[in-house]
Write a protein that binds this ligand. Structure first.
Ligand SMILES: NC(=O)N[C@@H](CC(=O)O)C(=O)O
Ligand SMILES: [Zn+2]
Ligand SMILES: [Zn+2]
Length: 355
């Protein structure tokens, strides 16, 4: 056990290599234009999720989406979108080579019905094995929303059951396929990944490191804390914090920032997703600082993910200052409003990118 990092005094700061976000929803059109500057301000690169309507299922669609993202960047911003394809039962193995040539960095598995815009997702992973074999050959990672959708399984157990029903058989059948278990939410998930070989890694979101499921219900139903996989109990949160701050290179930053218009979250059948891009690094800093591990943030945020994907580490830097500031309650989102997680609250860290 290493000693806790010394606390950073108010007004003090730490500087990190510029980080990357390995799990980000940017949407499209006016929504894309509204949220992209927030991510581009803090992150050098982001792995952009393909769950648009219709989903991004071909190399050509991924290239066109990448062009729309670049066109929506504020003047002078330096930000590289890393594109992904959406795995369906019908994604042909040939598309993998074309995707690789087009600069696509990964393929995303959404079990059909598991989350937002997953109706085109995979119904049985075995139907995709020829495509997964092509990915294994090309070294293209599979990113997994790891929840079973069986209605008989309790919502809070869906990740743990996924490990036994899907992850273990997949790892046995496709041992050298690179796999990222996205947005881990459980102790079982953290233990599974920590005990796996070098082909398996995981992303962790700020909300799952900072909050347990009480946050959804305290003082009334709070839809802005509702995302999928849903927040779990305190025991699980602590296991995730331990994994993130362990220094293990199998765990890295992926916000899963998932913007939905406020009126669609504050709604019967409210949409799943927390909007964290505006405050991402500050939220992670708070989670790491709370356990005296701010010195472990740089590896988690800036090195482990790039190393797993085989990308160069970033050149630029970003400073986190120990300074209080209040998160805006809402930001414009096309014709609607978007409510950032912790909107209206005071945060203790503030990110100051290098100009
Ligand atoms: N995390 C979420 O709650 N929502 C994501 C989808 C996802 O990552 O599962 C979204 O696209 O809104
Ligand atoms: Zn997901
Ligand atoms: Zn997501």
């Amino acid at each position: 056990m290493s000693l806790p990092a010394p606390p950073v005094a108010p007004g003090g700061s730490i500087t990190l290599a510029r980080p990357d976000d390995f799990h980000l929803h940017l949407r499209d059109g006016a929504a894309l234009a509204a949220v992209l500057p927030h991510s581009a301000r803090q992150f050098a690169r982001a792995v952009v999720m393909p769950n648009l309507r219709p989903p991004v299922t071909t190399a050509a669609q991924a290239q066109a989406y990448r062009e729309r993202i670049l066109a929506a960047l504020p003047a002078g911003a330096r930000f590289e979108p890393l594109m992904t394809l959406y795995l369906t039962d019908l994604l042909p193995p040939d598309e993998i080579r074309r995707a690789k040539e087009a600069g696509v960095v990964a393929v995303k598995l959404y079990p059909a019905g598991a989350t937002t815009n997953s109706d085109a997702g995979v119904t049985d992973l075995r139907k995709t094995y020829a495509t997964l074999e092509a990915m294994q050959r090309e070294g293209l990672p599979l990113l997994i929303h790891g929840e079973v959708t069986d209605p008989d399984i309790d919502l809070f157990d869906r990740e743990a059951v996924f490990i036994d029903r899907v992850m273990r058989p997949l790892r046995r059948d496709m041992p050298e396929l690179k796999v990222v278990f996205e947005h881990l939410t459980t102790r079982e998930g953290a233990q599974y990944v920590a005990g796996s070989d070098r082909f398996t890694a995981a992303t962790l979101t700020p909300q799952h490191l900072l909050f347990n499921r009480n946050a959804i219900f305290l003082g009334g139903l709070r839809p802005h804390y509702y995302c999928l996989p849903v927040l779990k109990s305190e025991e699980h949160r602590q296991a995730l914090v331990a994994a993130a701050t362990s220094g293990s290179d199998k765990f890295f930053l992926g916000t899963d920032s998932a913007p939905h218009a406020a009126h669609l979250k504050e709604h019967a059948g409210g949409h799943a997703g927390c909007y964290t891009a505006l405050t991402a690094l500050e939220l992670y800093a708070e989670a790491f600082d709370a356990v005296g591990a701010i010195d472990k943030l740089e590896g988690f945020a800036s090195f482990h993910g790039a190393d797993f994907y085989g990308l160069p580490r970033n050149e630029g830097r970003i400073t986190l200052r120990r300074e209080e500031w209040t998160v805006p309650e809402a930001v414009p989102f096309g014709d609607a409003q978007l409510k950032p997680l912790r909107g209206g609250e005071t945060l203790r860290w503030r990110a100051v990118p290098e100009s």
